[in-house]
Design a protein around this ligand. Structure first.
Ligand SMILES: Cc1cc2nc3c(=O)[nH]c(=O)nc-3n(C[C@H](O)[C@H](O)[C@H](O)COP(=O)(O)OP(=O)(O)OC[C@H]3O[C@@H](n4cnc5c(N)ncnc54)[C@H](O)[C@@H]3O)c2cc1C
Length: 423
């Protein structure tokens, strides 16, 4: 039976495996983690609202209902397209068809110092490191007698006013001013400074101007300062802006963008925007029709423009890649991919979100209710769904966050890996 190897068990990879569940193929899904992550909730892990097991499911449990799919935990290190083989840190796997769905990494725009000094929010490991950093900063601030050092420890700078930066900054403000303030009676958390640095005047550039203004108002109301500017350097607790301004900060969070997983550089192709692999309308590589690419690492054109790096693009392109492979196996001409835009949303905090669904623009409580509805539906598994709802009631109604645990990540902290979630 032909073998389809899928690199990455994220939104795109899982969708490919689902689409091929009745096809006459053997599917092998390879991922460096043994779990699938629901990235839209990562900021809630970083701000002590949700547990890792509520945002990630063991991949093997997701594949139980797909009889022709198998899983291998490994990091793919090399793509030998000439030999139709992927090389991993555990061994090589030969394929008849290959689907690249390895997602994206933080984009530091060629500044290695930023990568060293700032924390990202692109996977579960980074979210846990960030949660630790926030809680540790408050614990350290209790110990210092130096007011300057205390102010620095309690300054959090978030770089990037896209959905990730905005959702994280709003949730951090509610954690610091609403929850930690009650825990740390020996610390004046009104001294804490939360800054969101955004290149344009308003956050959430892809949203309609009225929604951008609503998001900015919501953030300011929660105590987030919005600074317009471009970050040129991050080093030793200082964030430097292009115009020379400087911000002293104990924690710098990098949410200024992502680029395709560097594995695609292996292909030796001319890469597109965010270093993504350009694909044909049927999601194949131009010179290798047996290799397909989906999700964040693929540059998929729609109406002459590349599609954004969003979960829906990954899910829909993953399902379509499965259909393309089925057509190739049956000797039919594969159909071109058409993206159905289901809209975009971002939460600012408790009872406050913006949503752009076709011509519909929602904000405030209505936007937030729409956000809650959509995201509860998308949460995988009944146990995780109930647990997420319980934590949201605790956070939004009782104004508490029960998972504010400063866990010793040990070696994982240094290696930036993460303990797998419980099933
Ligand atoms: C914090 C955050 C919030 C987001 N919020 C939203 C949102 O609200 N709405 C929305 O639509 N989108 C959101 N996104 C974007 C969305 O998560 C991505 O567009 C989507 O996950 C892309 O799916 P994918 O399958 O391409 O990659 P991913 O879902 O990232 O999956 C890639 C998989 O590949 C694996 N992998 C990577 N490299 C290797 C390798 N070398 N070897 C083996 N395995 C590898 C990874 O472990 C991962 O499991 C958010 C992203 C982040 C980071």
């Amino acid at each position: 039976m032909p073998r389809v190897v899928i690199v990455g068990a994220g939104f795109g990879g899982i969708a490919v495996a689902h689409a091929l569940r009745s096809a006459p193929v053997e599917t092998v899904l390879v991922d460096r983690h043994n779990f699938h992550t629901f990235n839209p909730f990562l900021y809630q892990v970083a701000t002590a609202l949700l547990e890792p097991a509520e945002v990630a499911q063991p991949t093997r449990s997701l594949l139980r209902k797909i009889p022709n799919a198998d899983f291998r935990m490994a990091r793919v290190t090399h793509l030998a397209t000439g030999e139709r083989t992927v090389h991993t840190d555990h061994g090589a796997i030969a394929y008849d068809y290959l689907v690249l769905a390895a997602g994206s990494v933080n984009n530091y725009f060629g500044h290695p110092r930023i990568a060293e000094c700032a924390l990202g929010l692109n996977d579960l490991g980074e979210a846990l490191l960030l949660r630790n950093r926030i809680l540790a900063a408050c614990e350290k601030a209790v110990w210092t007698d130096d007011p300057e050092e205390r102010r620095r420890l309690l300054t959090f700078v978030v770089v990037g006013g896209g959905p990730t930066g905005v959702e994280f900054a709003g949730s951090l403000a509610e954690l610091v001013y609403g929850v930690l303030e009650r825990d740390f009676r020996d610390l004046d958390l009104d001294q804490a400074r939360l800054v969101l640095v955004e290149g344009s005047d308003l956050p959430l550039p892809p949203f309609a101007p009225k929604l951008q203004e609503a998001a900015a108002r919501g953030l300011r109301r929660r105590g987030v300062e919005i600074v317009a500017g471009h970050v040129s350097e991050v080093a030793d607790g200082t964030v430097r802006l292009g115009d020379g301004r400087e911000l002293e900060a104990g924690t710098v969070v990098w949410a200024a963008g992502v680029r395709a997983e560097p594995l695609v550089e292996e292909l030796g192709l001319e890469l597109g925007s965010q270093r993504r692999v350009p694909v044909t309308p049927t999601l194949q590589l131009p010179d290798h029709p047996e290799v397909l690419a989906v999700g964040d690492l693929a540059e998929i054109q729609s109406n002459g423009r590349p599609l954004p790096m969003l979960a829906q693009v990954a899910i829909q392109s993953g399902a379509h890649a499965g259909r393309t492979i089925e057509a190739l196996l049956a000797g039919r001409q594969p159909k071109p991919f058409r993206y159905r835009n289901l809209g975009t949303m971002a939460t600012i905090g408790r009872y406050d979100a913006v949503a752009q669904l076709g011509a519909l623009r929602l904000r405030g409580l209505i936007g937030w209710l729409a956000w809650v509805f959509v995201h509860i539906l998308r949460t995988v598994g009944i146990r995780a769904r109930l647990s997420v709802m319980l934590n949201w009631v605790t956070a939004y109604v009782l104004l508490d966050r029960p998972v504010r645990l400063l866990v010793d990540l040990g070696r994982a902290e240094a290696e930036e890996t993460v303990t797998p979630p419980t099933a």
